[in-house]
Design a protein around this ligand. Structure first.
Ligand code: FE
Length: 243
């Protein structure tokens, strides 16, 4: 079932969290919608394509997708790109580090002149007059990694950062829930994130943003100022794979 993360009557953010099939890594996909135009975030692999395209068409025609944002290069993020390139005219947005890998996900000619290479320092994307901000999150876990901040919804989409495995909650709304939730996040972050210095760098950027919700690509999200702050503090103090 699609979950509405934000709706002010004009601008909406939607989370799809039940489309991955048995045997696949459970993942969330996201859509930002305004004026019947859309941005798709981390749409996932081939097996998700047909169902996700049906789901998003309830909000905006797939032909009106402007961007497909890939937080990093993993297959559960963008392996289904071929179908999206065929069905839409959307631009693919991904770290400049990974643009040369795009042809591995699709027929090369489909991607010609349709890839926006995000420089290491990040950039803004104009979406129907709003500036979606691509926030550097390198080595969290990929060396070329971006988070997307939607300043209208005040949502930071964090890709794999904050990923949790089979958590009992979909939405963490209190400090008590956050403490309970740490056990579902810690294994992934201890192994996949290479070093705490990347975490501290990210936390210092995240603290400058006005965030109401942090939404990872796997598992539960964090809603409200206190859980958001608790999450940033937790990331700031993490010890990772190499220290
Ligand atoms: Fe990943």
């Amino acid at each position: 079932m699609a979950i509405e993360l934000f709706n002010d009557g004009n601008h909406r953010c939607i989370k799809f969290d039940d489309l991955t099939k048995e045997g696949e890594i459970p993942a969330n996909q996201f859509m930002i919608v305004q004026d019947k135009r859309g941005v798709l975030l981390d749409p996932g692999g081939n097996k998700l394509f047909s169902q996700l395209s049906v789901e998003i068409s309830m909000y905006a025609p797939p032909q009106r997708l402007e961007y497909i944002f890939l937080s990093h290069q993993d297959p559960d993020v963008g392996a289904g790109l071929n179908g999206w390139l065929l069905m839409t005219e959307a631009k693919i947005v991904i770290s400049a580090l990974w643009t040369r890998f795009i042809p591995n996900f699709c027929t090369s000619s489909f991607a010609e002149n349709r890839v926006i290479a995000v420089p290491d320092e990040g950039m803004s994307l104009d979406f129907v007059g709003n500036e979606l901000k691509l926030i550097p999150a390198h080595f969290l876990h990929s060396p070329g990694n971006f988070h997307l901040y939607d300043p209208v919804a005040k949502i930071l989409f964090t890709g794999d950062l904050g990923a949790s495995i089979a958590p009992p909650f979909e939405n963490i709304t209190s400090l008590e829930q956050f403490q309970e939730h740490i056990q579902y996040m810690s294994g992934f972050h201890a192994r996949y994130i290479p070093h705490s210095s990347a975490c501290r760098q990210w936390a210092s950027i995240a603290r400058t943003l006005d965030i109401d919700m942090i939404v990872p690509q796997h598992g539960a999200r964090f809603s409200g100022k206190e859980p958001v702050k608790a999450f940033i503090d937790w990331i700031d103090g993490l010890t990772c794979a190499l220290g």
